[in-house]
Design a protein around this ligand. Structure first.
Ligand code: MG
Length: 219
């Protein structure tokens, strides 16, 4: 899938999907995980991307796929070792996203101290809504995110509760990876993650954002 930068209209196939784990204290608590002292980063393949109106497929390797509602930033201006004070200038826009997670596969990986790539990287596991430009967002650390499953509210949380704000995440990630235009940053989920089933309809919303609407089916 290609994405369109809301600033220039340029289209990119994202080079990398940077994802942050445990960036909200109450989500870390519900996972019985410690709050990290620095951002916990993992990657998803760009082949996992789908857009609004598309369908998440529960793969045969999992019987417990969870939704994780997240704010997503798209990089407009690349860089390396970006200072936190400049980081938001590197963002072209924001969207709603879902970090779909095969929780049973992830738990086995955690038990064996294996990486999360399989649990997080299945096809269709990175739903992404349409981007709005950064000037449409008054304060990125004051966005109320909401997810309904079959019209019932399952997740509701504010980006005010992020442990590491978006600027710090970009600065940190850029000390490791060269950021390029079109790269995506999934910024972590608030609490309320849970399983999805065949036939479910997920709607992610936030004020001023296009709704991300996703269906779920079993493979
Ligand atoms: Mg997540």
């Amino acid at each position: 899938m290609t994405i369109t930068l809301p600033t220039t209209g340029e289209r990119y196939r994202p080079g990398k999907l940077l994802c942050i784990g445990r960036n909200y204290a109450r989500h870390a608590a519900e996972m019985k995980s410690d709050v990290p002292s620095q951002p916990m980063v993992f990657l998803k393949p760009s082949t996992a991307l789908i857009g609004s109106g598309d369908t998440v497929v529960i793969p045969p390797q999992s019987s417990e796929v969870h939704h994780e509602l997240e704010l997503v930033a798209v990089i407009g201006k690349g860089g390396k070792n970006i200072p936190a004070g400049d980081a938001l200038e590197h963002v072209a826009g924001y969207a709603l996203g879902l970090d779909m997670t095969a929780r049973d596969v992830q738990q086995k990986a955690k038990d064996k101290r294996h990486p999360w790539s399989v649990a997080k990287g299945f096809d269709t596991f990175a739903p992404l809504g349409e981007f709005i430009p950064t000037d449409g967002v008054a304060d990125v650390q004051d966005i109320l995110l909401r997810l309904t499953v079959n019209r019932e509210v399952r997740q509701e949380g504010s980006t005010a509760d992020m442990i590491f704000p978006v600027a710090d995440l970009i600065a940190y990630c850029s000390t490791i990876f060269t950021l390029e235009p079109g790269d995506l940053l999934y910024t972590g989920t608030p609490e309320g993650v849970g399983p999805v089933s065949d036939g479910d309809v997920l709607n992610a919303t936030a004020d001023g954002f296009p709704t991300l609407s996703i269906r779920v089916k079993s493979a």
